[in-house]
Design a protein around this ligand. Sequence first.
Ligand SMILES: C[C@](O)(CO)[C@H](O)COP(=O)(O)OP(=O)(O)OC[C@H]1O[C@@H](n2ccc(N)nc2=O)[C@H](O)[C@@H]1O
Ligand SMILES: Nc1ncnc2c1ncn2[C@@H]1O[C@H](COP(=O)(O)OP(=O)(O)OP(=O)(O)O)[C@@H](O)[C@H]1O
Length: 299
Amino acid sequence: MTATQRESAHAKINLYLHVTGRRADGYHLLDSVAVFAGAADVLEVEIAARQGAALDLRIDGMFGAGLVGDDTTNLVVRAASALRAWVGADAAALPSLDAVLHKELPVASGIGGGSADAAAALRTVMRAWNLNLPRAELINIATGLGADVPVCLDQVPTRMSGIGEILRPAPVMPQCGMMLVNCGMSVSTPAIFRARKGGFSPAPDLPARWDTLSDMVATLSGLNNDLEEAACEVCPTIREVLSALRAAPGCRFARMSGSGATCFALFDTPEAADLAQDAVARPGWWVWSGDLYRKGCAA
Ligand SMILES: C[C@](O)(CO)[C@H](O)COP(=O)(O)OP(=O)(O)OC[C@H]1O[C@@H](n2ccc(N)nc2=O)[C@H](O)[C@@H]1O
Ligand SMILES: Nc1ncnc2c1ncn2[C@@H]1O[C@H](COP(=O)(O)OP(=O)(O)OP(=O)(O)O)[C@@H](O)[C@H]1O
């Protein structure tokens, strides 16, 4: 690897999210279909002329101000550290890396931006250091960084279970457009899991494919995001976002993603989603429209 490596880290959208149980350590067992939107952060990584396997991170972009690059809690830095630990003593001979994160996705917003960054860092750093981790080891390291990191490694529609580490193919996706709206309030994932009331939901049977958006909407209408009610209690503006999306021309379906506050809406086409932007936009709201990220997806 010589030139700058550029990886896009796409927004993860939970089309539904059922909390199916709870582990002894407090983590929740989930069943969800995650898809990826065109909206993305971008991570650039370059090999530096120094050894020691350190990663120096600079951050810019629309949402970069809320994050500090030299913070060892940044998930990009933590991903590189986890790989360095996996290599062990030999890591001292590996080159250090200079990275820039263009942060375009809202932080702590239910679309896994930090998780997508961590997964992008794992992909790029493995290439830079020529590491061939067995898949099970990689999933293990990813899960240690966050429950959403494993699904972000491949960025294809995926059925997630366990706490997020068990990955299977999702139903084949139909053509559609998507809108994402965030009201500008950060929502803490652990706080929403804690605030959740009610029991557990079963994992549904899903078809192998959704040929049309109507097929997909029919399935999704019978399922839930089990974190939506708790998130709306903590951040009532989510209800306003959902109402605005459902009232938008051409909207076929709307729901909150992950632990919130970002909500998504489905449209017949990306163009239909683009056309509805003006009807949804409010001061201070982040609005994105376009297609699903479909790289690597089977037709
Ligand atoms: C809600 C989802 O976005 C759905 O995709 C994810 O499960 C959240 O994944 P994440 O943000 O990567 O979560 P982590 O950083 O691993 O966990 C943050 C906190 O959320 C809670 N948490 C998270 C995932 C999970 N399956 N059960 C949990 O109870 C735990 O309190 C945990 O300490
Ligand atoms: N590179 C990063 N980008 C965003 N957040 C980061 C990053 N590194 C660390 N974090 C921290 O991780 C936390 C979760 O961020 P993230 O944006 O992934 O949340 P989220 O969208 O709610 O994720 P999820 O949908 O997985 O719950 C934030 O509190 C943030 O401070």
